[in-house]
Design a protein around this ligand. Structure first.
Ligand code: MN
Length: 480
């Protein structure tokens, strides 16, 4: 069933038409910790602490203290993500690569749904929009699906990226940039010129826009407009509109846009309002530390559609995995395919690693001389994605999206002493608490790791011995 999604509303309408993909509740829910607590049980998934599971997206119609509903978990299952992209669980990264090869640049429009209602200062973001707090230890309420768009102050090149935004005051947000991110480079350039950087914060979007925005270099180098990938995915350009209060552009079909500017020289401690020491749960599955000094956005206007819906995501779980993992899979497939065509059949950036730390590679050895090439593919995956820590290699007859099947391969096609490859002391990612000299004295610094290849492929010469039983193929529809 093909969809014709252009925005969050059409995505919700589509999901409502499929059993088990969207639930809603009228029970009043507090945006402080309660909403997240409910969705942890309903559908957030790994690696949140149990009990949790992968389930439907959820619409909270009645958020205490606000007259704005909140939707969460639109992309919190791979199956649903595939449905929303007119794809399949297996084909998702290939369809993303296709869009990367056939980009469609955004276009400007002069009137936009996201500006049906315009709110100018003075306003209080904390009263207008129900930004949720995940846990009682969080630094404060966060906008977690705020897609920032900004332009290079010199070249005009643009970038879109999701960054976590903590509400710090009536018109103030802190923004956390992982070092090297493109909008942060624009910000530093503007700051050196003594200028503020105009931004739009776009919330409640076509899921294709969010997914495309999560591509990172080298797939999308500085200056590459990720919105053109979303255009490629949909076969239709993303529409942009001029902001009403700053020199920036917003996504025309967004539910809510916060317009603003990143102020030069101004910094705030992330937990300045709460002093908890923490930010929010992060993708490796642990509470994040509050950042000591973050850039500050001053909001200059809020625009929204009539009856806007706030879209959010619950922390370090299945939705984050899909957002960052599927573009990662695409990057790995592209790089390995270039160096050894036809062997790497598919890749899954597993949710246990938040879409970043763990990749399962499905590799087909076609001849005796392919023995060992599977490990070369793993090394190439590490090159394609520096934050990758563990690679599990399996054969073409293993379902990489079924963890049971992968663990079966690791049980019957793996011998620890000969099937494990250690690559010690490599720069990786500081948010994994095991990547520290305190855990492993052989590590030189925080964020370095022993990267490991778990080769669960059958030696080519022994293929016959590992043949799986063949069951009759039947058309299941006839029996159900
Ligand atoms: Mn970029």
């Amino acid at each position: 069933m093909r969809n014709n999604i252009v925005d969050l509303r059409s995505a919700l309408e589509f999901l409502a038409s499929i059993p088990g993909q969207l639930v809603s509740t009228r029970t009043p829910v507090d945006p402080v910790a309660e909403l997240a607590g409910v969705y942890k049980l309903v559908g957030a998934g790994t690696p949140l602490p149990p009990p949790t599971r992968t389930g439907p997206a959820m619409l909270f119609e009645n958020v205490k203290g606000y007259d704005m509903p909140v939707v969460v978990g639109i992309l919190a299952s791979r199956e649903r993500t595939a449905l929303l992209m007119n794809s399949s669980i297996e084909r998702l990264p290939f369809d993303l690569l296709d869009a990367l090869k056939h980009p469609c640049a955004p276009v400007m429009v002069t009137s936009a749904p996201c500006q049906e209602v315009v709110i100018r200062p003075p306003f209080d973001l904390r009263r207008l929009i129900p930004a949720p707090t995940h846990t009682l230890l969080d630094a404060g309420p966060y906008f977690n699906m705020g897609l920032l768009r900004a332009q290079d102050p010199e070249t005009g090149e643009s970038d879109v990226t999701i960054h976590r935004l903590c509400v710090q005051g009536p018109d103030r947000l802190s923004v956390y940039f992982v070092p090297g991110r493109h909008i942060d480079q624009f910000r530093m350039k503007a700051e050196r010129m003594g200028r503020s950087l105009p931004v739009s914060i776009n919330m409640g979007l076509d899921p294709a826009v969010y997914l495309a925005a999560c591509f990172e270099p080298p797939a999308t180098p500085l200056g590459f407009d990720e919105l053109s990938i979303a255009g490629g995915l949909r076969g239709r350009a993303v529409e942009l509109v001029q902001c009403v209060s700053v020199d920036a552009k917003a996504i025309a079909h967004a539910e809510i846009v916060i317009e603003g500017e990143i102020l030069p020289g101004e910094r705030v401690r992330e937990d300045a309002l709460t002093n908890t020491g923490y930010s929010m749960p992060e993708f490796p599955g642990y509470p994040g530390k509050a950042q000591a000094e973050l850039p500050v956005i001053r909001a200059t206007a809020v625009t929204h559609r009539r009856n806007p819906i706030l879209q959010t995501i619950i922390g370090p779980a299945e939705e984050h995995t899909n957002l960052v993992g599927i573009p990662t899979e695409a990057s790995i497939l592209r790089m390995v395919e270039r160096s050894m065509p036809g062997r790497l059949l598919n890749v899954y950036a597993h949710s246990a690693g938040g879409g970043k730390y763990l990749a399962i590679l499905q590799f087909q050895k076609r001849s005796a001389s392919d023995e060992g090439r599977q490990r070369q593919a793993a090394l190439t995956a590490f090159a394609a994605f520096p934050e990758l820590k563990h690679v599990i290699l399996v054969d073409e007859d293993v379902n990489i999206f079924d963890t049971n099947d992968v663990l079966w391969a690791m049980t019957t096609r793996y011998q620890g002493d000969v099937s494990t490859v250690f690559i010690p002391g490599v720069r990786c990612h500081p948010l994994d608490p095991s990547q520290s000299p305190a855990f492993n004295p052989a590590l030189a610094a925080e964020g370095t790791s022993c990267k490991t290849i778990f080769d669960c492929t059958v030696p080519y010469r022994m293929k016959e011995r590992f043949r799986r039983p063949e069951f009759l193929a039947v058309d299941l529809a006839k029996y159900l």
